[in-house]
Design a protein around this ligand. Structure first.
Ligand code: NAP
Length: 301
């Protein structure tokens, strides 16, 4: 707001409409799913939810519903919070062996008696539609094709759509990724490196976060701290992608970036809600269709 008061007459950023972009991505996935179904191959997704975390239950329901809209067959297994690691691994083994299942997803986080790495390692990498298996992360690090985590892959699709419309590319840009999780930050940094950006990864031990953000032509915020990134930190003209999701006591969703302030400095910015979130779900469908095509060696001949 102060920018306007000061008479800077800056234009507000282009809003990167994740809902509209996700609709495009879904339509493409749907077209490919239909082609598979016409060949007698129905893509299958299996989802496990352990425990009764309400937020996780909503995410899982949305994912299953979205897949079913595309004609993907979904199997959902809800397990009690007391489920042992052995029981969950046995379920994964059954799904690994089931030829009708192309994608396996276990909603994280899982209760603490289950080691997250043990379940990630157990999923057949060819069915790892979340892209968390070390095999798929290794392929990504090597710049080779594999299944890529849905959120960062969805962000790359957003950047591609924006880039096509506005003549923008991550190549040669300074990209700053806030967060180093294997679900978002690290794969995001690898994707951007593979796309020829010069990437800095920041985390909770990084001194002078604001100084790093100020250098960023492209900022990806995935820290899980509401409004950590202040509007004044943003380099004027930057592209800002806010991955964070926080639900306030009033039920409203906000992100890691102070959107209202940042949008007067950025060239383009994702809102929360309606930004990265819809792209994540659309990318899950894409990954499931791709896993099906790869696994069943479908050719277009
Ligand atoms: P996470 O596993 O908790 O990782 C958070 C990362 O942020 C860590 O690397 C952490 O550093 C870093 N961090 C935390 N506080 C920081 C600070 N004050 N300064 C600098 N770095 C800080 O979270 P995540 O799974 O990556 O998710 C991040 C956010 O994205 C969450 O809000 C989550 O809800 C959201 N999310 C959204 C979607 C979507 O579809 N839109 C999908 C996935 C996640 P350390 O490594 O040093 O601890």
């Amino acid at each position: 707001m102060s920018d306007i008061d000061m008479g800077a007459a800056r234009m507000a950023a282009t809003v990167l409409d994740g809902k509209a972009m996700a609709a495009m991505l879904r339509a493409e996935a749907q077209r490919d799913a239909k082609e598979l179904i016409a060949k007698g191959i129905t893509p299958g997704l299996a989802v496990a939810l352990v425990g009764e975390d309400p937020a996780s239950a909503v995410y899982v329901r949305n994912k299953v519903k979205a897949c079913e809209e595309l004609g993907i067959v979904s199997t959902m297994q809800t397990l009690p919070a007391t489920t042992s690691e052995t029981e969950l691994l046995a379920l994964i083994d059954r799904w690994n062996a089931d030829p009708s299942i192309d994608g396996i997803l276990v909603q994280l986080p899982v209760p603490k008696q289950i080691r997250t790495n043990a379940l990630i390692d157990r999923i057949d990498p060819a069915k790892d539609v979340d892209g968390f298996h070390p095999h798929n992360l290794g392929l990504l690090a090597a710049g080779r094709a594999g299944l890529v985590a849905c959120t960062p892959a969805g962000v790359m699709k957003m950047l591609a759509i924006y880039g096509k419309a506005y003549g923008w590319t991550p190549a040669g840009k300074r990209a700053v990724v806030l967060g180093r999780s294997i679900t978002v930050g690290k794969p995001m940094a690898m994707l951007l490196t593979n796309a020829d950006a010069t990437v800095t990864i920041c985390h909770s031990r990084t001194p002078d976060l604001a100084g790093h953000v100020a250098q960023a032509d492209l900022l990806i915020a995935a820290v899980g701290q509401r409004h950590l990134v202040q509007g004044g930190w943003i380099k004027p003209g930057a592209v800002v992608i806010d991955v964070g999701i926080h639900r306030g006591d009033d039920g409203k969703l906000t992100g890691d970036v102070d959107y209202e302030a940042a949008r007067w400095r950025a060239a383009a910015i994702t809102p929360v809600p309606g930004g990265v979130g819809p792209m994540t779900i659309a990318q899950l469908m894409r990954n499931t269709v791709d896993a099906c095509t790869q696994r069943r060696a479908v050719t277009n001949a």
